[in-house]
Ligand binder design. Structure first.
Ligand code: TRP
Length: 356
C-alpha cells in the first residue's frame, strides 16, 4: 500500500482535457490552451485528450476510427503548437491509461441516478431523442470525475459549461470519502484526506470568444459557416480574410467600453484584439475608437495573423510527423500511469477487491 504523506491540504495538481473532435479554433485557444500554457509554469499539470469521451455520440459525430486518430493527433499538435511542453506537463490520450475507465466503473456505483439526471449538458446533447442517446453520453460526467480523481487532481481549468460536471466530481469524491471513511483510516489518513474535492478554475477575465457572424453566439466548431470562426489551422490569408468579412454594425467604434453595450459584434472584435495583443480593451478603444471599422479590422487582422499563423505553422509541422506525436502520447501515458496506478490500487484496497 502506498505510504501517503499527510495531504491536507492536498498537493496541488492540475488536470484538464479536450475532446478530439473537429476543428480547434480561436475560442479554444484563448479560453483554454493559453491558460493551460501559463499554468504549466506554476503547477504539475496533466493535459489529456479525452478520446473515451469522444465516442459518446456515435461515429457520425466522432468521425469513426480514421477520424478519431486524425483528431487525436490534431488536438495533440494544437497543444504542442500552443506552447504546452511535453517535458513539463503530461500530455496523453485518455484511453491509454486504463485507470480512467476502471475508476469510472467504481464511481458508477457511487454516483446516484438523481445526480446525473440534473446534468444540463446531457439534456442539450441528447436533444429530443433521449431514448436513443448512448449510456456513455449519460455517464460522461462520471468518467470525467474519474479522469480527475485518478490523479487526485485538485484544480481543473474548464469553461463555465463544465462547472456542473465539476460539482458532480466533488459530490462523488465526498461520498467516496464518507462511505469508506473507516477503510481510508486504515490507510492512515483522515477520510477527507483521500480524494480531494477538485476546484474548477473558471476563466476569470478570460475572453468569451463569440462567432464572427453573430456576436451573440459562442464561437463553435459545429457552426456550419467556417467564416464564423478562426481555426487554429487557418493560414495567414484565411485569417485576414475572415477578419475582413467579420460582421460589424454601421456605427464607428466607440472610444470607451460603455459604448460597446448592445453591440455584440463590435465588442467581440475588441475582445479578440485585446486578448491577442495583451492590451486592455480600454486601451484598444482609445487607439481605434471614433475611427472606421476598416482601419480597426486591418489592425486586428495583423495581430491575429502575427499571433496565430506561427501556431498554425507549428501544427502543420507536427502533423507532418505523426510518429513524433504518437511518441509524445506514449511517453505521457507512461508517466500518467505512474501517478494513476497507486491511486487505483488503493481504491481496490479500500473497496475490498483482492489484488496484488
Ligand atoms: N468535458 C470536458 C469538455 O467537454 C472535457 C473533459 C473530459 C474534461 N474530462 C475532463 C475537462 C476532465 C476537465 C477535466 O470540455
Amino acid at each position: 500500500m502506498t505510504a501517503y504523506p499527510r495531504l491536507a491540504p492536498f498537493q496541488p495538481r492540475v488536470f484538464s482535457g479536450m475532446q478530439p473532435t473537429g476543428n480547434l479554433h480561436l475560442g479554444n485557444y484563448l479560453g483554454a490552451l493559453q491558460r493551460w500554457v501559463a499554468m504549466q509554469e506554476t503547477h504539475d499539470c496533466i493535459y489529456c485528450i479525452v478520446d473515451l469521451h469522444a465516442i459518446t455520440q456515435g461515429p457520425e459525430v466522432w468521425g469513426g476510427p480514421e477520424g478519431l486518430r486524425k483528431a487525436t493527433r490534431e488536438v495533440t499538435a494544437a497543444y504542442l503548437a500552443a506552447g504546452l511542453d511535453p517535458k513539463r506537463a503530461i500530455i496523453f490520450n485518455q484511453s491509454q491509461v486504463s485507470g480512467h475507465a476502471e475508476l469510472g466503473w467504481v464511481f458508477n456505483c457511487i454516483a446516484r441516478l438523481g445526480w446525473l439526471n440534473r446534468m444540463t449538458q446531457f439534456k442539450e446533447k441528447a436533444g429530443k431523442d433521449r431514448e436513443n442517446a448512448s449510456i456513455g453520453l449519460y455517464d460522461y460526467p462520471v468518467l470525467m470525475a474519474a479522469d480527475i480523481l485518478v490523479y487526485r487532481a485538485t484544480h481543473v481549468p474548464v469553461g463555465e459549461d463544465q462547472k456542473q460536471h465539476l460539482e458532480l466530481a466533488r459530490d462523488i469524491a465526498q461520498k467516496f470519502n464518507f462511505d469508506f471513511s473507516d477503510r481510508i483510516r486504515d490507510l492512515g489518513l483522515e477520510s477527507g484526506e483521500y480524494l480531494p474535492l477538485p476546484e474548477p478554475l473558471i476563466a476569470g477575465p478570460a475572453p468569451r470568444v463569440m462567432s464572427l457572424r453573430d456576436g451573440t453566439k459562442k464561437m463553435s466548431k459545429s457552426d456550419p459557416s467556417d467564416y464564423s470562426r478562426i481555426n487554429l489551422t487557418d493560414d495567414a490569408d484565411t485569417i485576414a480574410l475572415k477578419v475582413r468579412k467579420a460582421k460589424t454594425d454601421p456605427e464607428p467604434l466607440p472610444s470607451e467600453a460603455a459604448g460597446l453595450k448592445g453591440r455584440p459584434e463590435a465588442e467581440n472584435l475588441v475582445t479578440i484584439y485585446a486578448a491577442l495583443s495583451g492590451d486592455a480593451p480600454e486601451a484598444v478603444l482609445k487607439e481605434y475608437g471614433g475611427g472606421q471599422f476598416s482601419r480597426f479590422k486591418q489592425a486586428l487582422g495583423d495581430v491575429a495573423v502575427n499571433h496565430l499563423a506561427p501556431i498554425a505553422n507549428e501544427m502543420r509541422r507536427y502533423l507532418a510527423d505523426p510518429a513524433t506525436i504518437d511518441a509524445i502520447l506514449f511517453d505521457g501515458a507512461d508517466r500518467a500511469r505512474v501517478i494513476a496506478e497507486p491511486v487505483y490500487r488503493d481504491v481496490k484496497e479500500i473497496m475490498g477487491f483482492i489484488h496484488r
